[in-house]
Design a protein around this ligand. Structure first.
Ligand SMILES: Cc1ncc(COP(=O)(O)O)c(C=O)c1O
Length: 385
Protein backbone atom coordinates (compact mmCIF):
# COMPACT_ATOMS: atom_id res chain seq x y z
CA UNK A 1 0.00 0.00 0.00
CA UNK A 2 2.88 2.37 0.75
CA UNK A 3 4.02 4.38 -2.21
CA UNK A 4 6.43 7.26 -2.61
CA UNK A 5 4.37 8.80 -5.35
CA UNK A 6 1.86 9.72 -2.70
CA UNK A 7 1.60 13.41 -2.00
CA UNK A 8 -0.63 14.99 0.59
CA UNK A 9 -3.93 15.91 -1.05
CA UNK A 10 -7.08 17.58 0.19
CA UNK A 11 -8.35 14.50 1.98
CA UNK A 12 -11.49 15.83 3.56
CA UNK A 13 -14.46 17.08 1.66
CA UNK A 14 -15.91 18.71 4.74
CA UNK A 15 -13.98 21.72 5.98
CA UNK A 16 -15.49 21.53 9.48
CA UNK A 17 -13.68 18.29 10.08
CA UNK A 18 -10.28 19.92 9.71
CA UNK A 19 -10.68 21.21 13.23
CA UNK A 20 -10.78 17.60 14.34
CA UNK A 21 -7.56 16.50 12.67
CA UNK A 22 -5.00 14.96 14.97
CA UNK A 23 -1.35 14.56 14.27
CA UNK A 24 -0.45 10.92 14.57
CA UNK A 25 2.87 11.69 13.00
CA UNK A 26 4.71 9.32 15.28
CA UNK A 27 3.34 6.09 14.00
CA UNK A 28 4.76 3.17 15.95
CA UNK A 29 6.33 0.27 14.12
CA UNK A 30 7.29 2.51 11.25
CA UNK A 31 9.54 -0.12 9.78
CA UNK A 32 6.44 -2.04 8.70
CA UNK A 33 6.00 -2.11 4.91
CA UNK A 34 2.73 -0.24 5.36
CA UNK A 35 4.53 2.84 6.69
CA UNK A 36 6.68 5.36 4.97
CA UNK A 37 8.27 8.70 5.57
CA UNK A 38 7.37 11.49 3.19
CA UNK A 39 8.47 15.09 3.68
CA UNK A 40 9.51 14.22 7.21
CA UNK A 41 6.02 13.01 8.15
CA UNK A 42 5.40 9.34 8.73
CA UNK A 43 2.36 8.36 6.74
CA UNK A 44 0.22 5.34 6.33
CA UNK A 45 -1.98 4.71 3.37
CA UNK A 46 -5.25 3.18 4.36
CA UNK A 47 -7.84 1.81 2.03
CA UNK A 48 -11.25 2.97 3.03
CA UNK A 49 -13.21 2.71 -0.16
CA UNK A 50 -16.03 5.19 -0.43
CA UNK A 51 -16.19 6.00 3.26
CA UNK A 52 -17.95 9.30 3.95
CA UNK A 53 -15.40 12.05 4.07
CA UNK A 54 -12.22 10.01 4.14
CA UNK A 55 -10.41 9.72 0.85
CA UNK A 56 -9.06 6.33 -0.19
CA UNK A 57 -5.52 7.74 0.07
CA UNK A 58 -5.73 9.26 3.51
CA UNK A 59 -2.70 10.00 5.61
CA UNK A 60 -2.97 8.63 9.10
CA UNK A 61 -1.90 12.04 10.35
CA UNK A 62 -5.14 13.42 8.94
CA UNK A 63 -7.57 10.99 10.54
CA UNK A 64 -10.15 13.08 12.35
CA UNK A 65 -11.40 12.41 15.86
CA UNK A 66 -15.15 12.80 15.66
CA UNK A 67 -17.84 13.54 18.18
CA UNK A 68 -20.88 11.27 18.34
CA UNK A 69 -23.00 13.71 16.33
CA UNK A 70 -20.25 14.06 13.72
CA UNK A 71 -20.06 10.27 13.41
CA UNK A 72 -23.81 10.19 12.83
CA UNK A 73 -23.49 12.89 10.21
CA UNK A 74 -20.76 10.89 8.47
CA UNK A 75 -22.81 7.71 8.66
CA UNK A 76 -25.67 9.56 6.99
CA UNK A 77 -23.36 10.77 4.21
CA UNK A 78 -21.98 7.26 3.80
CA UNK A 79 -25.46 5.73 3.51
CA UNK A 80 -26.52 8.40 1.01
CA UNK A 81 -23.43 7.65 -1.07
CA UNK A 82 -23.94 3.89 -1.22
CA UNK A 83 -27.70 4.01 -1.74
CA UNK A 84 -27.90 1.27 -4.29
CA UNK A 85 -29.73 -1.89 -5.06
CA UNK A 86 -30.90 -2.63 -1.53
CA UNK A 87 -32.76 -0.24 0.71
CA UNK A 88 -32.93 -0.77 4.46
CA UNK A 89 -36.31 0.44 5.63
CA UNK A 90 -36.34 -0.30 9.37
CA UNK A 91 -34.18 -1.84 12.06
CA UNK A 92 -35.03 -3.05 15.53
CA UNK A 93 -32.34 -3.37 18.17
CA UNK A 94 -32.80 -4.59 21.72
CA UNK A 95 -29.67 -2.56 22.54
CA UNK A 96 -31.42 0.74 21.89
CA UNK A 97 -34.80 -0.79 22.62
CA UNK A 98 -36.64 0.45 19.57
CA UNK A 99 -37.02 0.70 15.82
CA UNK A 100 -35.25 3.19 13.58
CA UNK A 101 -36.06 3.94 9.96
CA UNK A 102 -32.84 5.90 9.45
CA UNK A 103 -30.25 3.64 7.75
CA UNK A 104 -27.45 5.69 9.30
CA UNK A 105 -28.50 4.50 12.76
CA UNK A 106 -28.76 0.82 11.75
CA UNK A 107 -25.60 -0.24 13.53
CA UNK A 108 -24.63 -2.77 16.19
CA UNK A 109 -22.04 -2.45 18.97
CA UNK A 110 -18.49 -3.40 18.05
CA UNK A 111 -18.12 -5.48 21.23
CA UNK A 112 -21.16 -7.61 20.45
CA UNK A 113 -20.00 -11.23 20.71
CA UNK A 114 -21.50 -11.83 17.27
CA UNK A 115 -19.05 -9.40 15.64
CA UNK A 116 -15.76 -10.60 17.05
CA UNK A 117 -16.51 -14.24 17.87
CA UNK A 118 -19.31 -15.13 15.50
CA UNK A 119 -21.46 -16.02 18.48
CA UNK A 120 -24.82 -15.30 16.93
CA UNK A 121 -27.59 -16.91 14.90
CA UNK A 122 -29.93 -15.51 12.29
CA UNK A 123 -32.92 -16.25 10.16
CA UNK A 124 -35.15 -14.61 7.59
CA UNK A 125 -38.71 -14.38 6.30
CA UNK A 126 -39.93 -13.03 2.99
CA UNK A 127 -42.44 -10.17 2.90
CA UNK A 128 -44.92 -10.66 0.10
CA UNK A 129 -47.85 -8.30 -0.55
CA UNK A 130 -47.91 -7.23 3.09
CA UNK A 131 -47.66 -10.74 4.56
CA UNK A 132 -44.75 -12.48 6.24
CA UNK A 133 -44.17 -15.83 4.57
CA UNK A 134 -43.41 -18.82 6.83
CA UNK A 135 -42.51 -16.56 9.76
CA UNK A 136 -43.32 -19.21 12.36
CA UNK A 137 -41.36 -21.94 10.62
CA UNK A 138 -38.30 -19.66 10.40
CA UNK A 139 -38.81 -18.48 13.97
CA UNK A 140 -38.84 -22.09 15.23
CA UNK A 141 -35.53 -22.76 13.47
CA UNK A 142 -34.14 -19.44 14.78
CA UNK A 143 -34.84 -20.46 18.37
CA UNK A 144 -33.46 -23.96 17.78
CA UNK A 145 -30.27 -22.38 16.42
CA UNK A 146 -30.09 -20.07 19.45
CA UNK A 147 -30.50 -23.03 21.77
CA UNK A 148 -27.74 -25.07 20.10
CA UNK A 149 -25.52 -21.97 20.23
CA UNK A 150 -26.26 -21.58 23.96
CA UNK A 151 -27.77 -18.14 23.46
CA UNK A 152 -30.58 -17.43 25.88
CA UNK A 153 -32.88 -14.99 24.03
CA UNK A 154 -33.63 -11.69 25.77
CA UNK A 155 -37.39 -12.19 25.19
CA UNK A 156 -39.72 -15.14 24.83
CA UNK A 157 -40.93 -16.37 21.43
CA UNK A 158 -44.18 -14.40 21.45
CA UNK A 159 -42.44 -11.10 22.17
CA UNK A 160 -39.77 -11.75 19.53
CA UNK A 161 -42.53 -12.52 17.03
CA UNK A 162 -44.39 -9.29 17.91
CA UNK A 163 -41.20 -7.23 17.67
CA UNK A 164 -40.46 -8.68 14.22
CA UNK A 165 -43.97 -7.95 12.95
CA UNK A 166 -43.85 -4.41 14.39
CA UNK A 167 -40.52 -3.78 12.67
CA UNK A 168 -42.02 -4.77 9.31
CA UNK A 169 -45.05 -2.61 10.08
CA UNK A 170 -42.84 0.42 10.86
CA UNK A 171 -40.92 -0.17 7.62
CA UNK A 172 -44.16 0.03 5.55
CA UNK A 173 -42.49 -2.57 3.33
CA UNK A 174 -44.90 -4.79 1.39
CA UNK A 175 -42.37 -6.71 -0.68
CA UNK A 176 -38.94 -7.52 0.61
CA UNK A 177 -37.29 -9.49 3.32
CA UNK A 178 -36.91 -9.51 7.06
CA UNK A 179 -33.62 -10.65 8.59
CA UNK A 180 -33.07 -11.07 12.31
CA UNK A 181 -30.26 -12.05 14.65
CA UNK A 182 -29.87 -13.27 18.19
CA UNK A 183 -26.47 -12.71 19.69
CA UNK A 184 -24.74 -13.34 23.00
CA UNK A 185 -24.74 -9.54 23.14
CA UNK A 186 -22.32 -6.70 23.78
CA UNK A 187 -19.80 -7.03 26.57
CA UNK A 188 -16.14 -7.46 25.74
CA UNK A 189 -13.78 -9.07 23.24
CA UNK A 190 -13.09 -12.24 25.22
CA UNK A 191 -13.80 -15.72 23.93
CA UNK A 192 -16.20 -16.57 26.71
CA UNK A 193 -19.56 -14.79 26.59
CA UNK A 194 -19.53 -14.55 30.38
CA UNK A 195 -18.69 -10.84 30.10
CA UNK A 196 -21.64 -10.16 27.80
CA UNK A 197 -24.23 -8.13 29.61
CA UNK A 198 -27.36 -9.52 27.95
CA UNK A 199 -28.19 -11.32 24.73
CA UNK A 200 -29.35 -9.04 21.93
CA UNK A 201 -31.96 -9.19 19.21
CA UNK A 202 -31.60 -7.27 15.96
CA UNK A 203 -33.90 -7.21 12.94
CA UNK A 204 -33.78 -5.39 9.63
CA UNK A 205 -36.25 -4.95 6.80
CA UNK A 206 -34.83 -4.86 3.30
CA UNK A 207 -36.83 -3.71 0.33
CA UNK A 208 -36.78 -6.20 -2.48
CA UNK A 209 -36.69 -4.82 -5.98
CA UNK A 210 -35.40 -7.84 -7.84
CA UNK A 211 -37.90 -10.16 -9.52
CA UNK A 212 -37.30 -13.88 -9.00
CA UNK A 213 -35.13 -15.42 -11.64
CA UNK A 214 -36.22 -18.74 -13.10
CA UNK A 215 -33.45 -19.26 -15.63
CA UNK A 216 -31.33 -22.40 -15.37
CA UNK A 217 -27.92 -22.18 -13.72
CA UNK A 218 -24.70 -24.14 -13.66
CA UNK A 219 -23.33 -25.53 -10.38
CA UNK A 220 -20.00 -27.11 -9.44
CA UNK A 221 -19.00 -29.53 -6.70
CA UNK A 222 -17.59 -27.45 -3.87
CA UNK A 223 -14.00 -28.09 -2.80
CA UNK A 224 -14.52 -26.03 0.36
CA UNK A 225 -15.18 -28.45 3.22
CA UNK A 226 -18.77 -28.71 4.39
CA UNK A 227 -19.45 -27.80 8.01
CA UNK A 228 -19.75 -30.78 10.35
CA UNK A 229 -23.42 -31.65 11.06
CA UNK A 230 -23.49 -29.93 14.46
CA UNK A 231 -22.73 -26.59 12.77
CA UNK A 232 -24.41 -27.22 9.41
CA UNK A 233 -27.77 -27.78 11.14
CA UNK A 234 -27.47 -24.49 13.05
CA UNK A 235 -28.06 -21.22 11.21
CA UNK A 236 -25.24 -19.33 12.87
CA UNK A 237 -23.50 -16.25 11.51
CA UNK A 238 -20.42 -18.36 10.68
CA UNK A 239 -20.83 -18.38 6.91
CA UNK A 240 -17.16 -18.29 5.94
CA UNK A 241 -17.25 -21.76 4.27
CA UNK A 242 -20.49 -20.75 2.53
CA UNK A 243 -19.00 -17.50 1.25
CA UNK A 244 -15.81 -19.21 0.06
CA UNK A 245 -17.86 -21.90 -1.65
CA UNK A 246 -19.93 -19.26 -3.45
CA UNK A 247 -16.78 -17.38 -4.48
CA UNK A 248 -15.16 -20.56 -5.74
CA UNK A 249 -18.24 -21.28 -7.85
CA UNK A 250 -18.36 -17.75 -9.25
CA UNK A 251 -14.68 -17.97 -10.16
CA UNK A 252 -15.55 -21.13 -12.13
CA UNK A 253 -18.39 -19.32 -13.92
CA UNK A 254 -21.03 -21.18 -11.90
CA UNK A 255 -23.88 -19.99 -9.69
CA UNK A 256 -23.04 -21.95 -6.52
CA UNK A 257 -21.07 -24.92 -5.25
CA UNK A 258 -22.77 -28.13 -4.16
CA UNK A 259 -21.55 -29.72 -0.97
CA UNK A 260 -21.25 -33.45 -0.47
CA UNK A 261 -21.46 -34.87 3.04
CA UNK A 262 -18.76 -36.91 4.80
CA UNK A 263 -20.11 -40.08 3.14
CA UNK A 264 -20.05 -38.53 -0.32
CA UNK A 265 -23.81 -38.05 -0.60
CA UNK A 266 -25.32 -34.84 -1.97
CA UNK A 267 -25.75 -32.36 0.88
CA UNK A 268 -26.73 -28.76 0.07
CA UNK A 269 -25.66 -25.47 -1.47
CA UNK A 270 -24.17 -22.56 0.47
CA UNK A 271 -27.56 -20.98 1.13
CA UNK A 272 -30.05 -23.35 -0.35
CA UNK A 273 -31.09 -26.99 -0.42
CA UNK A 274 -30.94 -29.25 -3.46
CA UNK A 275 -33.54 -31.55 -4.99
CA UNK A 276 -33.84 -33.75 -8.06
CA UNK A 277 -36.44 -35.33 -10.28
CA UNK A 278 -35.30 -38.87 -10.98
CA UNK A 279 -35.64 -40.71 -14.29
CA UNK A 280 -38.74 -42.45 -12.93
CA UNK A 281 -40.31 -39.09 -11.99
CA UNK A 282 -39.75 -39.11 -8.26
CA UNK A 283 -38.92 -35.89 -6.44
CA UNK A 284 -35.91 -36.74 -4.30
CA UNK A 285 -34.26 -34.62 -1.64
CA UNK A 286 -31.34 -35.38 0.71
CA UNK A 287 -32.01 -36.02 4.43
CA UNK A 288 -31.83 -32.93 6.63
CA UNK A 289 -29.83 -34.46 9.48
CA UNK A 290 -26.42 -33.15 8.32
CA UNK A 291 -27.52 -29.92 6.63
CA UNK A 292 -29.73 -26.94 7.30
CA UNK A 293 -33.36 -27.86 7.53
CA UNK A 294 -34.64 -25.54 4.82
CA UNK A 295 -38.05 -24.01 5.41
CA UNK A 296 -38.59 -23.60 1.66
CA UNK A 297 -37.49 -27.18 0.90
CA UNK A 298 -39.88 -28.54 3.54
CA UNK A 299 -42.72 -26.46 2.11
CA UNK A 300 -41.86 -27.71 -1.39
CA UNK A 301 -42.15 -31.30 -0.12
CA UNK A 302 -45.71 -30.53 1.01
CA UNK A 303 -46.71 -28.56 -2.08
CA UNK A 304 -45.28 -31.22 -4.40
CA UNK A 305 -48.02 -33.62 -3.29
CA UNK A 306 -50.42 -31.90 -5.67
CA UNK A 307 -48.03 -32.71 -8.56
CA UNK A 308 -48.28 -36.36 -7.53
CA UNK A 309 -52.08 -36.08 -7.65
CA UNK A 310 -51.87 -34.43 -11.08
CA UNK A 311 -49.63 -37.24 -12.31
CA UNK A 312 -46.63 -34.97 -12.96
CA UNK A 313 -44.68 -36.84 -10.26
CA UNK A 314 -44.79 -40.52 -9.31
CA UNK A 315 -43.70 -39.92 -5.72
CA UNK A 316 -41.69 -37.85 -3.23
CA UNK A 317 -38.80 -39.23 -1.23
CA UNK A 318 -36.26 -37.87 1.26
CA UNK A 319 -33.21 -40.12 1.03
CA UNK A 320 -29.47 -40.35 0.58
CA UNK A 321 -28.71 -39.13 -2.93
CA UNK A 322 -25.50 -40.19 -4.65
CA UNK A 323 -23.63 -37.84 -6.97
CA UNK A 324 -24.16 -40.27 -9.85
CA UNK A 325 -27.90 -40.37 -9.20
CA UNK A 326 -27.99 -36.57 -9.02
CA UNK A 327 -26.03 -36.04 -12.18
CA UNK A 328 -28.14 -38.56 -14.11
CA UNK A 329 -31.45 -37.09 -12.89
CA UNK A 330 -34.00 -35.58 -15.25
CA UNK A 331 -34.11 -32.33 -13.29
CA UNK A 332 -32.06 -30.70 -10.57
CA UNK A 333 -33.06 -27.64 -8.58
CA UNK A 334 -31.86 -25.32 -5.82
CA UNK A 335 -34.43 -24.47 -3.14
CA UNK A 336 -34.29 -21.71 -0.53
CA UNK A 337 -35.79 -18.39 0.59
CA UNK A 338 -33.30 -16.51 -1.58
CA UNK A 339 -33.73 -18.42 -4.82
CA UNK A 340 -37.16 -19.99 -4.22
CA UNK A 341 -36.88 -22.83 -6.76
CA UNK A 342 -34.09 -22.39 -9.31
CA UNK A 343 -33.45 -24.89 -12.08
CA UNK A 344 -29.95 -26.34 -12.49
CA UNK A 345 -29.03 -27.22 -16.06
CA UNK A 346 -25.44 -28.32 -15.54
CA UNK A 347 -23.46 -29.81 -12.63
CA UNK A 348 -19.71 -29.78 -13.23
CA UNK A 349 -19.33 -31.12 -16.78
CA UNK A 350 -22.60 -33.02 -16.70
CA UNK A 351 -25.63 -31.54 -18.46
CA UNK A 352 -28.75 -32.25 -16.39
CA UNK A 353 -31.63 -33.84 -18.31
CA UNK A 354 -31.96 -32.17 -21.69
CA UNK A 355 -30.04 -29.11 -20.50
CA UNK A 356 -33.18 -27.01 -20.24
CA UNK A 357 -35.22 -25.81 -17.28
CA UNK A 358 -37.38 -28.78 -16.27
CA UNK A 359 -41.21 -28.79 -16.13
CA UNK A 360 -41.44 -30.12 -12.54
CA UNK A 361 -39.00 -27.44 -11.33
CA UNK A 362 -41.11 -24.79 -13.06
CA UNK A 363 -44.31 -26.19 -11.50
CA UNK A 364 -42.70 -26.19 -8.03
CA UNK A 365 -41.59 -22.58 -8.49
CA UNK A 366 -45.13 -21.61 -9.51
CA UNK A 367 -46.53 -23.46 -6.48
CA UNK A 368 -44.18 -21.67 -4.05
CA UNK A 369 -44.89 -18.23 -5.57
CA UNK A 370 -48.62 -18.97 -5.42
CA UNK A 371 -48.25 -20.11 -1.80
CA UNK A 372 -46.45 -16.86 -0.93
CA UNK A 373 -49.28 -14.87 -2.51
CA UNK A 374 -52.30 -16.82 -1.36
CA UNK A 375 -51.23 -19.72 0.88
CA UNK A 376 -53.08 -20.72 4.07
CA UNK A 377 -52.81 -18.76 7.39
CA UNK A 378 -50.04 -20.93 8.91
CA UNK A 379 -47.63 -19.75 6.19
CA UNK A 380 -48.93 -16.18 5.72
CA UNK A 381 -48.91 -13.79 8.65
CA UNK A 382 -50.59 -10.45 7.88
CA UNK A 383 -48.63 -7.34 8.84
CA UNK A 384 -50.79 -4.62 10.41
CA UNK A 385 -49.52 -1.42 8.74
C1 LIG B 1 -26.79 -23.54 4.27
C2 LIG B 1 -28.22 -23.32 3.90
N1 LIG B 1 -28.95 -24.38 3.48
C3 LIG B 1 -30.24 -24.22 3.12
C4 LIG B 1 -30.87 -22.98 3.18
C5 LIG B 1 -32.30 -22.85 2.77
O1 LIG B 1 -33.11 -22.55 3.87
P1 LIG B 1 -34.45 -21.71 3.73
O2 LIG B 1 -35.27 -22.39 2.71
O3 LIG B 1 -35.06 -21.80 5.07
O4 LIG B 1 -34.09 -20.35 3.32
C6 LIG B 1 -30.14 -21.89 3.65
C7 LIG B 1 -30.79 -20.59 3.75
O5 LIG B 1 -30.24 -19.57 4.00
C8 LIG B 1 -28.78 -22.05 4.02
O6 LIG B 1 -28.06 -21.02 4.45
Amino acid sequence: MFSLEFLPKPVLQKPHLFSKLVDHSLVPNASSPKHGSIRGIRTLRISIQSVGSVDSKTEISNVPVLSCSEVLEELKTYREKIKGKQQYLAMYSSVFGGITTDPAAMVIPMDDHMVHRGHGVFDTAAIMDGYLYELDQHLDRFLRSASSSKIDPPFDREIIRKLLIQTVSASKCRKGSLRYWLSAGPGDFQLSPSGCDKSSLYAIVIQDILPFNSSGVKVVTSSIPIKPPQFATTKSVNYLPNVLSKMEAEEAGAFVGIWLDSDGFVAEGPNMNVAFVSKDKELIMPYFDKILSGCTAKRVLTLAECLVKEGKLKGIRVKNVTVDEGKKSDEMMLIGSGVLVRPVVQWDDQVIGDGKEGPVTQSLLNLIVEDMKSGPPPVRIPVPY
